[in-house]
Design a protein around this ligand. Structure first.
Ligand SMILES: C[S@@+](CC[C@H](N)C(=O)[O-])C[C@H]1O[C@@H](n2cnc3c(N)ncnc32)[C@H](O)[C@@H]1O
Length: 208
């Protein structure tokens, strides 16, 4: 992301993103989270001992709700320091080793790879989402799970307007665009929920 885009996204999540308890949270920004959570839970490993990277972890609430097994290593990344602290605190004890890292997922340097890379609610805000997706693929040695907004929803048209007022351009990839980026990377399945399209990519045929 360009520095100005990172700044706009960071400013938004730091100062404007509605609190979980607020009315706007359930009606606009976190709408459909429950439906998505059930799906994501079923896609995460059910056996302990895997390495998991959560990119754009937010306050950790979503991961805390969908994580059933105990990772060996859990890395939590986010642009916002307060989110990294909150997520690390919330997930303490849920993995053998936990690490919180502040930074832009598009440029963070990390030599490790992970059995599972999770990135929900992140590509929405990334103008060069294809590039970020390739970066996330390279960080996984097994599975990449991510979501994008579902095209054609009035809900996302409202979000697009709201985010534009914050200097952020909402990304809504088409199925064809996703297929082009994912082509040849492994086997993938797509689940369409009311508001999002969730994708699980098993890189080079990794089993899940
Ligand atoms: C909508 S929240 C999603 C949080 C959580 N993943 C979930 O699904 O509930 C998006 C989070 O991604 C973070 N984020 C957005 N762009 C990012 C980037 N380029 N690098 C790292 N974190 C990013 C934001 O700071 C925010 O905490």
């Amino acid at each position: 992301m360009s520095p100005s885009s990172v700044d706009a996204v960071a400013r938004y999540f730091e100062r404007r993103y509605p609190a979980r308890a607020s009315w706007l949270s359930g009606t606009i920004v976190r709408r459909g989270e429950r439906e998505l959570s059930g799906l994501l839970r079923s896609w995460l490993p059910s056996k302990d001992g895997f390495d998991l990277l959560d990119v754009g972890c937010g306050d950790g609430t979503l991961l805390s709700q969908i994580l059933l097994a105990r990772p060996r290593r859990l890395r939590l990344e986010d642009l916002i320091p307060a989110n990294v602290s909150a997520a690390t605190a919330l997930l303490r004890g849920r993995a053998h080793e936990i690490e919180g890292v502040i930074g832009d997922a598009g440029t963070l340097v990390d030599p490790s790879t992970y059995d599972v890379v999770l990135a929900t609610g992140v590509l929405d805000y990334y103008p060069r989402w294809q590039q970020l997706l390739r970066t996330l693929v390279a960080r996984s040695r097994g599975t990449l799970i991510f979501d994008v907004p579902r095209g054609g929803c009035f809900h996302h048209q409202l979000r697009r307007i709201w985010l534009a007022t914050q200097g952020i351009s909402l990304q809504v990839p088409t199925g064809d665009e996703l297929a082009t980026v994912l082509h040849g990377l492994g086997s993938w399945r797509m689940a369409v929920t009311k508001f999002s399209v969730a994708i699980r990519l098993d890189i080079n045929g990794a089993a899940g």
